[in-house]
Design a protein. Structure first.
Length: 280
């Protein structure tokens, strides 16, 4: 076994991670947002908060050097991991050698989810997501991959707060509404920059997202999303101004919403009523 590879009794340590990168001639890519988590206690904590174990099917997005992958496999869950960086794959394959993990070299934004999720109707997604892609990945999975029933993601703290923000809060915005349409989200932990290689300049958050059995509203999701994006594009304006030409005073009244309300004051039920009033 190579000196940079985690043993069956251990997880990947910072020293092993640095040696692995050196032997494979790799450096973390800023363009890909690569900050590898390399602390055994942290990855075990993430696996614990994800609540996965024997009998569960887990898909990981962005395996990196495999530290979190090893912790997920350690729980006894069936693990499939996706990594887009082709240069990382040989190092990752070395770390995962002889582990019961399915490794897919692909970009999660273009992956064939039917192929990835074969073998079970119910999956958990666990990931240390690149900061620049975290929100679209979460929203796309919620909108398009219903077999993923719950998520535990590590993201930039500000991103995590937006994903889980309630109506009326300072961080409530488009991601908050679109998550609430299909799921319940909460920040369940913070992660220090010290556990990453290299260290990011920001704190990270752990966000648990549980998919609802049905959307929070029966409104047409395309109309709802359109209204939300248009309104929050001018979040300081009253809705009568930001949605001028799209929503009439009669439609505001039918939805039970004052037209001088600002978008951050509407919860998902109110957005649903407004979308239903618009579609008539």
């Amino acid at each position: 076994m190579q000196p940079g590879t985690a043993t069956p009794e251990s997880l990947l340590t910072p020293t092993q991670a640095r040696d692995l990168l050196h032997r494979h001639g790799l450096t973390p890519s800023r363009a890909l947002g690569q900050n590898f988590v390399v602390d055994p206690n942290t990855v075990r904590r993430i696996a614990r908060l994800a609540g996965v174990g024997p009998g569960d099917h887990v898909v990981e997005v962005g395996a990196g050097l495999g530290a979190l992958t090893l912790a997920l496999a350690e729980t006894g869950a069936s693990v499939t991991t996706i990594e887009a960086d082709q240069y990382l794959l040989p190092a990752l394959a070395e770390v995962l050698e002889d582990r019961p993990v399915r490794l897919i070299g692909a970009d999660v934004r273009t992956v064939d989810w039917e192929d990835v999720l074969r073998g079970s109707d119910t999956w958990a997604l666990v990931a240390n997501l690149p900061y620049n892609l975290a929100t679209p990945i979460v929203l796309d999975v919620l909108a398009e991959v219903p077999r993923v029933r719950r998520l535990l993601v590590m993201v930039q703290r500000e991103v995590g707060e937006r994903l889980a923000a309630p109506a009326g809060s300072r961080t409530y915005g488009i991601p908050s509404v679109l998550v609430a349409l299909r799921a319940r989200a909460e920040v369940v932990g913070r992660v220090s920059p010290e556990v990453f290689l290299p260290k990011p300049r920001v704190e990270s958050a752990l966000v648990r997202i549980e998919r609802l059995d049905a959307p929070a509203t029966d409104a047409d999701p395309e109309v709802l999303v359109e209204l939300v994006r248009k309104a929050f594009g001018h979040r300081r304006k009253m809705l009568r101004r930001s949605l001028d030409g799209r929503v009439t005073e009669e439609q505001f009244a039918a939805a039970g919403i004052a037209s001088d309300t600002r978008p951050e004051q509407l919860d998902i039920e109110a957005w649903g009523r407004l979308a239903e009033a618009v579609t008539g």
